[in-house]
Design a protein around this ligand. Structure first.
Ligand SMILES: *[C@@H]1O[C@H](CO)[C@@H](O)[C@H](O)[C@H]1NC(C)=O
Ligand SMILES: *[C@@H]1O[C@H](CO)[C@@H](O)[C@H](O)[C@H]1NC(C)=O
Length: 474
């Protein structure tokens, strides 16, 4: 009984309306999109027809007071509140079904509605439905253009505008930062949610992507909006291409001025020891080519780049030699080559030794997977001796399971005798145990080297096959 009461209480918690008014059945919550229609179901359940319904009506809770929307009385007919005229209607005129249809839903239709049955002799019975108007939000995201600096500022904003209910916005990012979200209730009852991604703007963040995800009841799946951050910073400059081998009269030595900047650098400038570069150069954008190297290039070359945020530069120390370094580098290459060859040879030899060693181990390990009564042989000095012992051990074991298998598969009694004969005939027990025996035409004798390497079950199988074929001749 206690369990039953508990269950009843449980049901009542879930279907509150039904418990409050046993006879009035409604849906606790109904949703409808702005401009479409909503159906507020309401039925009077009275199986034994013990009550007489005299009137049905719908009311809306408005700021704590109930406003009449629709009434049906068999004597006086139906009546709808003038404010709703043309938008609301009983689905059918009935004292048992008071279902109400609301068309062209407006934001103001959001709220709690009560369905009421006037009965005799029990009096009024009612149940409430919560109508929620849904509005799909307009989602967007954008990067905020900022300049690199030390203070944390918003770098991106994601907006979910004019939705109902309020959307929730989350950020997916690999970039460290904070999030601040605000909600604004619009006059029409919709809600606009704005979320800012904030961080300390550094040039490093420029071009990084953060993604905002908007979830809301009307969205089948979260709206995912990737945003590429845009942080403006002064040029970061690196000079590349110096090979350390600039010598007198060398032609076409070149350097590249690599510039990262937002916005893009508008101007490149090469300087030699703080002054203008010598005449024998060609400058094409960020590329500098020396047509003929002279001692004028002995010193420091600078590349400067400028954008609207500021200036950046890099310096490179150049040493001009009298003659190319080639001879030195050739000797170096030969010495290097010889060392490399020695190293490679050593590695190869070691690898071969290790491999050989491992193969021995592998053979021993494989044997361990054979029948459980097998005991690994102690290490032997020579491989021939080893193989002899292994073979003998394996042979011993094979003779036993072979016999059993044979009898099991044969099944028939009259054949059993013959089969046993075959079995003794090749002398699986005796012959196999002495591998040095030169038993004529013995299958295993020929296969000895392989037999040693492969696992026992395979050989067992082959053996039984042979026995069967012999049996077939008889
Ligand atoms: C996030 O906010 C906290 C507290 O305001 C601040 O200490 C932290 O530096 C911020 N993180 C980033 C990446 O800006
Ligand atoms: C080139 O510069 C180096 C130092 O950067 C200096 O030691 C050397 O004497 C210079 N050579 C010539 C020919 O000026």
């Amino acid at each position: 009984m206690a369990t039953l009461n508990l269950n009843l209480a449980f049901i009542c918690l879930h279907i509150l309306a039904v418990c409050q008014a046993q006879h009035v059945k409604v849906e606790l919550e109904v949703t409808g999109f702005l401009g479409s229609q909503a159906i507020l179901r309401c039925q009077f359940v009275d199986p034994d027809e013990s009550l007489k319904v005299t009137q049905v009506s719908w009311m809306k809770d408005s700021a704590g007071t109930k406003v009449n929307l629709a009434v049906y009385n068999p004597e006086y007919g139906t009546h709808y509140a003038p404010a709703y005229e043309g938008r609301i209607q009983f689905r059918q005129v009935s004292l048992r079904d008071a279902t109400l249809v609301i068309g062209q839903l407006e934001m103001g239709d959001d709220g709690i509605y009560s369905c009421e049955f006037a009965t005799y002799p029990d009096g009024n019975q009612e149940a409430a439905t919560n109508l929620t108007i849904l509005v799909e939000p307009v989602n967007s995201g954008k990067a905020l253009l900022v300049k690199a600096g030390p203070a944390e500022v918003p770098l991106a904003v994601c907006t979910s505008a004019n939705g109902k209910p309020a959307a929730s916005i989350t950020w997916k990012r690999d970039v460290a930062g904070n999030v601040s979200t605000t909600q604004t209730k619009n006059t029409d009852g919709t809600i606009t949610v704005k979320s800012h991604f904030t961080a300390v703007p550094s040039g490093m963040l420029d071009g990084e992507t953060v993604t905002c995800e908007v979830t809301q009841r009307t969205l089948e799946q979260a709206a995912s909006i990737p945003i590429a951050l845009s942080v403006q910073y002064s040029p970061i400059v690196t000079i590349e291409g110096y090979d350390g081998n600039w010598y007198l009269k060398r032609e076409h030595a070149s350097l590249t001025c690599n510039v990262k900047a937002n916005p893009a650098a508008t101007e490149y400038k090469w300087l030699m020891n703080g002054g203008p570069v010598p005449d024998s150069v060609e400058v094409k954008g960020h590329q500098l080519t020396v047509t003929e190297v002279t001692y004028d290039f002995n010193g420091t070359i600078t590349c400067e780049a400028v954008n609207s945020i500021g200036e950046g530069h890099d310096k490179m120390d150049i040493i001009v030699r009298e003659s190319p370094m080639e001879s030195g580098s050739t000797t170096g290459a030969i010495v290097g080559g010889i060392i490399a060859a020695i190293v490679i040879l050593t590695v190869l030899v070691t690898a071969v030794l290790i491999f050989k060693n491992q193969r021995k181990n592998v053979t021993a390990e494989d044997d361990e997977f054979e029948p459980p009564n097998y005991k690994p042989p102690p290490p032997k000095p020579t491989s021939t001796e080893l193989s002899k012992i292994e073979k003998t051990e394996v042979d011993k074991m094979e003779s036993v399971p072979l016999n059993t298998t044979y009898f099991e598969t044969s099944g028939e009694d009259d054949n059993g005798m013959t089969l046993t004969q075959y079995y003794d005939e090749p002398g699986a027990g005796s012959d196999l145990k002495s591998p040095n025996d030169s038993a004529p035409g013995e299958y295993l004798e020929q296969e000895n080297p392989i037999y040693n390497d492969f696992s026992a079950p395979e050989d067992q199988h082959r053996q039984s096959q042979e026995f069967v074929s012999k049996g077939m001749y008889v």
